[in-house]
Design a protein around this ligand. Structure first.
Ligand code: HEC
Length: 88
């Protein structure tokens, strides 16, 4: 009985551990956080948010122009940022 309970606790712990993993791997690529961190070194967030509502073509053009000034995003981060900017 006690052994079964220990096993149950172990299984529960394992599930929690596995459940926490995806959140941890997605975190660095959260578009909103990336924009707040990387897009505010030259201008403030206001400059970005003023353009909310623009389409993907606008944001691709704009983000790539920003990347031309300084390479602040890798490819995966760029995609996450674009996904966020198109529907914030
Ligand atoms: C290296 C400095 C720098 C960084 C980092 C930077 N920007 Fe900019 N950004 C500028 C400058 C300079 C301008 C004004 C000239 C221009 O539009 O190219 C600007 C202008 C803008 C504009 C206004 C353009 C318009 O047509 O209204 C937007 C939107 C913008 N940036 C978004 C971003 C986003 C999103 C990021 C992060 C991915 C970012 N910026 C990171 C320098 C930067």
């Amino acid at each position: 009985m006690r052994k079964a309970f220990t096993l149950f606790l172990l299984a529960l712990g394992l599930l929690l551990l596995l459940g926490a993993q995806p959140a941890m791997t997605i975190m660095p690529y959260d578009g909103r956080t990336l924009v707040a961190e990387r897009c505010t070194t030259c201008h403030n967030l206001d400059r970005v948010e003023r353009r909310f509502g623009q389409d993907l073509a606008f944001w691709e053009r704009t983000v790539d122009r920003m990347l031309g000034k300084r390479n602040m995003l890798n490819d995966t981060e760029r995609k996450a940022v674009l996904a966020y900017l198109v529907s914030p």
